[in-house]
Design a protein around this ligand. Structure first.
Ligand SMILES: NC(=O)c1ccc[n+]([C@@H]2O[C@H](COP(=O)([O-])OP(=O)(O)OC[C@H]3O[C@@H](n4cnc5c(N)ncnc54)[C@H](O)[C@@H]3O)[C@@H](O)[C@H]2O)c1
Ligand SMILES: [Zn+2]
Length: 342
């Protein structure tokens, strides 16, 4: 078994082609394991469950609704009911097999059931592998996204790269956009790897590098008092574009990164905005929008929760690998929006 990253002694990353012989870390007294999954990951969950059963545990598979439909208090409540019937106890384990919506809900349920039981993630999307499954943020949506949650770290994350090799293009691009984001704020080698190979980049290496950067940042600043905010690079304008359009999260973040790179050039003399734009484009992600309502995007930005008394705060780049947090004014935002033809 390859153990690549130990995050603050809390999360062990296992990144291999294929599932490891032993999916769960050793744990005294464990008898039962609940495997939570979603429609697009059921086959993988069946394989995970079979392997865990073969280790001698009693396993219950719990199917969740697809995508963000899984991230609700109602779904959490119905999972708690099932856990009660199944008798999942303090020494037992919850395993989330799926995309970020499964890892977010599984982490939330694990962090609250009996005031906290072990959770292990087996991400089946690239976004979940490089982003959602590590860092300990869990949550459900209410009127807004992720309004209710706890910090709860998985003891282990198992990434089977053969699953990620088979992802449909749209899910692949979502994850690559987040991997490039992580590279731009913390790993120039990862940026170069993605530039050299585009959407054909070797997934194992991308996951290894991206999770190492995110782990390092989260270890320093779990509660987002400082550096963790750098992980929001591309997400301020990205979220506004996502809300105002039918574009996916990854596509919107790609556009947000193009805009943020251009604003960085304006404010911090960042000299590689064109390079960033080319890298995003080479991943198959659009770098310009059409048919979007500019006033609506600006209005969404006016209500961004990262706004304080001095205005909107955004992550910008001084150079590739060196992010900074800066207040930006309306004219600077206009320059960023113009860069994506908005
Ligand atoms: N906690 C965090 O730090 C964090 C970070 C980023 C995103 N998130 C959350 O992650 C969620 C998005 O995650 P996501 O993009 O992974 O999507 P998702 O969980 O919504 O899944 C997307 C789709 O992919 C399908 N799917 C899953 N595995 C598949 C596979 N191997 N092949 C084909 N289809 C598959 C699913 O059934 C679903 O239809 C959001 O809720 C977001 O808030 C959390
Ligand atoms: Zn994101």
């Amino acid at each position: 078994m390859v153990v690549d990253v130990i995050m603050g002694g809390r999360t062990e990353m296992v990144i291999e082609a294929g599932l490891p012989d032993q999916i769960l870390p050793n744990r005294e007294g464990r008898a039962r394991v609940a495997v939570l999954t979603q429609p697009g990951a059921t086959n993988h969950a069946t394989n995970v469950a079979r392997s865990i059963r073969a280790e001698g545990y009693e396993v219950e598979i719990i199917g969740l609704p697809d995508r963000d439909e899984a991230k609700s208090l109602d779904v959490a409540a119905s999972v708690y009911e099932t856990l009660a019937r199944f008798g999942l106890g303090r020494q037992d384990t919850i395993v989330g097999v799926g995309g970020g919506s499964v890892t977010d809900l599984s982490g939330f349920v694990a962090g609250t059931w009996l005031r906290g039981v072990e959770v292990v993630h087996v991400p089946t999307t690239l976004l979940a592998a490089v982003d959602a499954s590590i860092g300990g943020k869990t949550g459900v949506n209410l009127a807004g996204k992720n309004l209710v949650g706890v910090f709860w770290h998985p003891t282990r994350v198992v990434v089977d790269t053969t699953i990620l090799d088979d992802l449909p293009g749209s899910l692949l691009r979502e994850g690559l956009a987040e991997a490039l984001k992580v590279g731009l704020i913390g790993d120039t080698d990862l940026v170069e790897l993605l530039e050299a190979h585009g959407a054909e980049a070797p997934i194992g290496e991308v996951v290894r590098r991206a999770t190492a950067v995110k782990s390092r940042i989260v270890d320093d600043d779990e509660r987002e008092q400082g550096k963790r905010a750098f992980l929001n690079f591309g997400h301020t304008i990205g979220h506004a574009v996502e809300f105002a359009s039918t574009l996916s999260h990854g596509e919107s973040v790609g556009l947000g990164m193009v805009a943020a790179a251009r604003i960085s050039q304006e404010k911090d003399g960042f000299s590689e905005a064109e390079r960033v734009t080319a890298a995003i484009s080479d991943l198959g992600i659009p770098v310009e929008v059409s048919g979007l309502d500019r006033a609506r995007v600006k209005d969404l930005l006016r209500h961004d929760k990262k706004r304080d008394a001095k205005g909107l705060r955004m992550v910008l780049l001084e150079s590739i690998g060196s992010p900074v947090l800066r207040h930006v004014d309306s004219d600077e935002i206009d320059i960023g929006l113009a860069a994506i033809k908005l």
